[in-house]
Design a protein around this ligand. Structure first.
Ligand code: BGC
Length: 759
């Protein structure tokens, strides 16, 4: 519908109708205005399947929803590093929504994994904003290609569940831009989600719902977002203020009480009616975009989508460790141990919980393979060793040629609504693994969890398979990997630290009361572990394959460029093993000399490439200014410091295979204001300034007779010390220690330096 037509409809609406359009009609629907032909539209969770509630609604996954298909959760799909796959999964979800009359699916969820403890990490993608933004963008693209909207969430800085409705995320400007906003920015700019869901929490003191800075200045004015912003369920706290800040739709509804506040505020003149009109127009735009593109022929083919879920799961399973034990032979005598072989944990609890139409376990998937035996090993109702189950498991493992233990985190350990208390697996499962390893040298652990766990047995087992929360078809996909029918190709989108205490947010997570300070700043995930040279359990980007890949011929289309240019980087990848496979080629950029504090390197590109044995393909990346920039809080913009950068290409953040140095020249000069407090060192950074401070340099305090002093009797006074003293002394130092300079003289010099800066 044209903007003009929408304006016309808005102009025919009463004030009350407009206000009511800005909140839900019920838990899942927007309001209808029949006399003007405005239909009600439905929104539903998300993000990895359809949680459509036909009857009683809730936002915690308590009441039943329709039978649907549960795809792997975000923790896993990010590990695929496969944009095309996520696009296909998005198309399947979009088709399901069309068939079920759902206008917007509530996802993807792109919050950064600041700590392994966040209860909702299983829904989120990565510790790295580039990965999160790219994977979310691919999903959005797929869903919206079916004329169904998405709601990228939870905007902004919602990185814990504890006190999620009142916590205040205190984050500095640079960190917000480089880490927490960046994941949203990438997806919003590239794929234009129809809607954005604001989070419950505050950001630097202001609730996300009433945050004009982020909802309007950043999201709309800077990034060009044109859809509507809806609240997370119950996130509205001050309706009129929220509307002015840019929050269009309140969900679910406050039974009309907040609508009345809007009406009153317009009537009293507190709220300009045009603010309300603009919000209504944005909502109607999406309502009609969906309505006019309804696909009446769409079908929700659950069995077809189950196969799609299996295909996605195959690429979300990360092979973490393999000491020659995998793949297993289908003829081998194998013991499947652990409850999750029979009833896999394949999704998380809360608003994303899907009522799966069927679930395939690993045991289902090996039906007919007579050589596979099974023992439950543990129960996950409580963390207590069941001696009988344990003994049976050990016996079963002993008799087989290899044991696969299906372990992980029970629902009680991670979910929406609360955070994990520690990073450990249940003790009873760790004990089971230890006891099985003692009798069975060929032990493999398959993990079902949404976030990293500590692995005290890492050196004792021969294989570790991270299945994440792999969706309803996970059992089939795990067996495809175990038996080598599919070559594993996923990589970790997050670091697995050795222990929780190693995580950079550890000292400050989960805050004091409502105050949560993000004191680790930009050093989230590998940005921290790299800088600290800290040993980790498994690094960001790690994942093994049953074949091997060789990297060669890293080249760029230019060796240096201006920051307004783009640079093409290519590398050849060859499958040097005996099995077809896919490799996630990762490109990191390192600033070799920087005056600001930066991570050692940052991921700026990744491509997944499929190769037959012996085949070589060229992978190409395009880098622009952003790939080299940091966010300068000084100019409130991205900035590149002129100088050398290293392009690093590799198979993980800890496995860089090739590097190449390039130069980037900045076209922007950072403004600098000289004052009497400016240090001499900063002045001399501009060679043109030497002439202006010539007389000051002759003074002792600025090194005038440094040579003499260092050769004098006191050997402790070195030339280095003199030079450092001089560099770190402000210009005004000359008033205290120089011969006859006044503050007026110094101010005059500062003025001349400023004139030079402006010239
Ligand atoms: C969650 C959202 C979800 C909404 C509706 C909230 O509690 O934070 O992610 O979309 O409920 O169920």
């Amino acid at each position: 519908m044209t903007a003009e037509k929408i304006r016309e409809i808005v102009s025919q609406m009463t004030l009350e109708e407009k206000a009511s359009m800005c909140s839900g009609a019920d838990f899942w629907h927007t309001e209808a205005v029949e006399r003007l032909g405005i239909p009600a539209t439905m929104v539903s969770d998300g993000p990895h399947g359809l949680r459509k509630q036909d009857q009683e609604g809730d936002h915690l996954g308590v009441n039943d929803s329709i039978k649907a298909v549960c795809f792997p959760a975000g923790c896993g799909t990010a590990a695929s590093f496969n944009r095309e796959l996520l696009r296909q999964m998005g198309e399947a979800l979009g088709e399901e929504c069309q068939a079920e009359g759902v206008s917007v699916i509530l996802g993807p969820a792109v919050n950064i994994k600041r700590s392994p403890l966040c209860g909702r990490n299983f829904e989120y993608y990565s510790e790295d904003p580039f990965v999160a933004g790219e994977m979310a963008g691919a999903l959005i693209h797929g869903v919206q290609s079916k004329n169904v909207g998405t709601s990228i969430k939870h905007f902004l800085a919602n990185n814990q569940e504890t006190r999620r409705m009142s916590s205040d995320s205190r984050i500095d400007e640079r960190t917000l831009r480089e880490i927490y906003l960046a994941a949203f920015e990438g997806a919003v700019k590239k794929e234009k989600p129809w809607t954005v869901m604001c989070s419950y929490n505050r950001i630097n003191g202001t609730y996300a719902a009433e945050n004009h800075k982020y909802l309007t200045e950043v999201l709309r004015d800077e990034w060009g977002f044109e859809g509507y912003v809806m609240s997370d369920w119950g996130a509205v706290n001050s309706r009129v203020k929220d509307l002015q800040a840019g929050l269009d739709l309140e969900m679910p509804s406050s039974n009309g009480s907040n609508d009345k506040l809007i009406v009153g505020a317009v009537q009293s003149g507190e709220l300009p009616e045009k603010v309300l009109d603009a919000a209504v127009a944005r909502i109607l735009n999406i309502v009609f975009r969906y309505e006019e593109n309804r696909d009446k022929s769409a079908v929700f083919d659950r069995d077809r989508d189950h196969e799609m879920a299996r295909k996605v799961a195959q690429e979300t399973i990360v092979l973490l460790k393999n000491e020659g034990v995998l793949p297993l032979s289908e003829q081998g005598e194998i013991a499947f141990i652990g409850k999750y072989a029979k009833t896999p944990r394949y999704q998380g609890g809360g608003s994303s919980h899907i009522n799966s139409h069927k679930v395939t376990s690993a045991l289902d998937a090996v039906e007919g393979m007579v050589n596979v035996t099974y023992a439950q090993g543990f129960d996950d109702k409580e963390d207590k060793t069941d001696e009988k189950l344990l003994a049976e498991a050990v016996e079963t493992a002993k008799k087989a040629k290899a044991a696969v233990i299906f372990a992980g985190l029970p629902d009680a350990f991670e979910s929406e609504g609360f955070d994990r208390k520690h990073m450990r697996m249940p003790d009873c499962q760790n004990e089971l693994i230890a006891k099985v390893v003692a009798v069975q040298p060929n032990t493999i652990v398959v993990l079902h969890n949404g976030s990293p766990v500590e692995m005290p047995w890492v050196n004792d087992v021969k294989g570790i398979v991270e299945a994440y929360l792999g969706g309803q078809a996970v059992g089939g996909a795990v067996c495809d990997i175990l038996f080598g029918r599919v070559n594993p190709s996923a990589k970790l989108p997050e670091t697995f630290p050795l222990k929780l205490e190693d995580n950079p947010s550890y000292l400050f997570y989960i805050g004091e009361g409502d105050v949560v300070e993000y004191r680790e700043g930009i050093f989230v995930g590998y940005r921290y572990y790299d800088k600290k040279k800290q040993e980790v359990l498994f690094p960001f980007g790690h994942g093994l394959s049953y074949t091997t890949f060789a990297y060669s011929n890293l080249r760029t289309d230019k060796d240096s460029m201006k920051d307004t240019d783009i640079m093409e980087v290519s590398v050849d990848i060859k499958n040097t093993g005996g099995m077809a496979g896919k490799e996630v080629v990762q490109l990191y950029v390192a600033d070799k000399e920087s005056t600001v504090i930066r991570p050692v390197k940052e991921l700026k590109g990744f491509e997944k490439v499929e190769l037959a044995p012996g085949e070589t393909k060229t992978v190409t990346f395009t880098l622009d200014k952003r790939a080299f920039a940091y966010y300068s809080a000084n100019i409130h913009d991205w900035h590149v410091e002129t100088g050398a950068f290293e392009i690093m290409v590799g198979a993980s953040s800890a496995d860089i295979r090739l590097t190449k140095e390039v130069n980037v020249e900045s076209t922007v000069r950072l403004p600098f204001v000289y004052t009497p407090d400016t240090t001499m060192g900063d002045v001399l950074d501009d060679p043109r300034a030497r002439e202006i401070v010539k007389e000051l340099l002759e003074q002792d305090i600025f090194g005038g007779s440094a040579e003499e002093k260092s050769s004098a009797a006191n050997e402790a006074i070195t030339a280095e010390m003199n030079e450092a003293m001089a560099r770190f002394t402000p210009l005004r130092g000359v008033v205290s220690f120089g011969s006859g300079f006044t503050m007026a003289d110094v101010q005059d010099i500062a003025n001349r330096l400023n004139a030079l800066e402006e010239s």
